[in-house]
Design a protein around this ligand. Structure first.
Ligand SMILES: Cc1cc2nc3c(=O)[nH]c(=O)nc-3n(C[C@H](O)[C@H](O)[C@H](O)COP(=O)(O)OP(=O)(O)OC[C@H]3O[C@@H](n4cnc5c(N)ncnc54)[C@H](O)[C@@H]3O)c2cc1C
Length: 461
């Protein structure tokens, strides 16, 4: 008899994918013994040391409190749950478009019942902005978005954890080092222990991408290379975008550049929000947050402008490419670089004086510098073109004082080859959420967790 702890289902990763898998298993198969392994901390112990006073920059903790712990990468996010098949992942390719939307609405319902009841659902449907965008070479994508906000998102996670903690065994600060396939199940190994389960759900997100790659290599699970999105985070006075953000909250807008016919898109819009650092595998990039609490709102809105790079044979390491560019900005700026749009256009770096003289107060302490030394020309040209296109629907976007932070990199996990049940070539091994390459958003990742939990519940016979 092995010393391994015995369970029916092992869940690796306590991000939205893992949490919703555990939640749905408790709903549909409460008799199953479920364990969740998470390399980060419980929610209340997740604390990024950057306080803006004593610690101003990322100190590269062993486990990043922003990316890891109960709630995963989404815990301190803006909590925008986009209900759409147009972006956020390709779950619909496995489960069908209608089912994907049903699953996302089910997740929304759980969030609303667990603290999100007073939050708003926004929709692009029937919006006059679609026409305005089209007239300016811009495409506004369709979506409904529930905006929980960073603060309510936290409350929802607290409430869900309170429901799960007595019914599921949580192992925090327990990075799973190795996943072993047994004759009739799986064994997860951590430093000093292991656990067996007849089924295993792997939901390790972006921060677990390297580990996921190792698992796929060791177990011979086929994968394919994916893409990486590179760009900047734009910060400007909130009034410039308020006609869009008041109505839609988050507008996903795509622009096709004239020069290269590349697609540039807006991503993760944070009205009255703040710009933040993000640490992925030791590389500091930029992201954004916003709060529902009026006291925490700022005068600025921020959003990312991203260009997707897809690679074909022989190059497979799209994330490595994105990391190298982020490393370059870390090398030049010690972290994230900030530049005024006017300085970028004039071919000069920003410095502390120019930023201070500008009218936009940066919400992140970044190093003034020159993004043209970091971003590939084709990416930068696309971003500049899009800023001018956005200026036509939101005049003021192309002002000299608009701030650009770089780099923002959206890493995608390589795509794991999975069946329509999100099961790998090992029966009983499910790979979900952002770690599978199938999803890249809160709602898709959560929906994938619900989906596999139902498959596991059904498979009991
Ligand atoms: C700052 C920020 C803001 C965001 N805002 C939004 C937003 O508003 N809307 C949106 O849709 N998406 C947003 N996202 C993306 C969203 O958070 C992710 O798409 C989502 O969290 C993916 O869920 P997941 O469960 O697949 O992975 P994750 O949330 O990444 O969770 C994976 C978990 O697995 C753990 N883990 C990794 N490896 C191991 C291991 N070996 N052993 C044990 N545990 C492990 C990690 O610590 C982590 O907690 C944001 C992301 C960030 C970083």
């Amino acid at each position: 008899m092995s010393d391994s702890k015995q369970y029916d289902v092992l869940i690796i990763g306590a991000g939205p994918g893992g949490i919703f898998a555990a939640y749905e298993l408790q709903e549909k198969a409460p008799e199953l013994r479920v364990a969740v392994f998470e390399k980060g901390n419980p929610l209340e112990m997740r604390k990024c040391p950057i306080d803006g006073v004593r610690v101003k920059e990322c100190v590269r903790c062993d486990t990043c409190a922003i990316m890891s712990g109960f709630g995963g990468a989404g815990a301190f996010s803006d909590g925008k749950y986009n209900i759409t098949n147009d972006f956020g992942g390709t779950l619909y390719e496995h489960v069908g478009k209608d089912e994907a939307l049903r699953l996302m609405r089910y997740v929304d319902d759980i969030n609303v019942r667990n603290g999100g009841q007073d939050t708003r659902m926004f929709s692009t449907a029937g919006s006059e902005f679609k026409k305005l965008c089209l007239q300016n070479r811009l495409i506004l994508l369709d979506a409904s978005v529930r905006h929980l906000g960073t603060d309510i998102n936290y409350v929802v996670l607290q409430n869900i954890y309170a429901k799960l903690k007595d019914r599921v065994d949580f192992f925090f600060r327990t990075p799973i080092r190795r996943l072993e396939a047994l004759k009739d199940g799986f064994r997860a190994h951590w430093d000093g222990g292991s656990a067996d389960g007849s089924k295993c759900v792997v939901s390790v997100g972006r921060s677990g991408s390297k580990w996921m790659q190792t698992v796929c290599e060791e177990l011979h699970i086929p994968t394919k290379s994916n893409r990486v999105d590179i760009g900047v985070r734009v910060e400007l006075p909130a009034v410039i975008f308020s006609h869009l953000t008041d109505r839609l909250y988050e507008s996903k807008i795509v622009y096709r550049t004239e020069k290269f016919e590349d697609n540039v898109r807006t991503f993760c819009m944070n009205p009255n929000g703040i710009v933040v650092n993000e640490n992925t595998n030791g590389i500091v990039t930029v992201n954004g947050h916003s709060f529902e609490d009026p006291a925490r709102k700022t005068d600025n809105t921020n959003f990312a402008l991203l260009v997707s790079k897809h690679f074909s044979e022989p190059f497979k390491d799209s994330n490595g490419y994105g990391e190298s560019i982020a490393r370059l900005s870390n090398m030049l700026g010690g972290g994230v670089i900030v530049q005024r749009f006017g300085d970028l256009e004039r071919g000069r770096r920003s410095n502390v004086k120019r930023i201070e003289e500008g009218t936009v107060r940066p919400t992140l302490a970044a190093t003034p510098g020159d993004l043209s030394l970091v971003l590939p020309k084709r990416v930068l040209d696309g971003i500049i073109e899009m800023i001018y296109a956005l200026d036509k629907i939101a005049p003021g976007t192309a002002n000299d004082d608009t701030l650009l932070y770089g780099v923002e990199v959206k890493f995608y996990n390589m795509e794991v080859q999975l069946s329509d049940d999100l099961e790998s070539n090992y029966p009983g091994l499910y790979i979900i959420g952002d770690g599978s390459g199938v999803t890249h958003s809160l709602s898709h990742a959560s929906a994938s967790g619900v989906y596999v939990a139902r498959k596991i519940a059904e498979s009991r016979g």
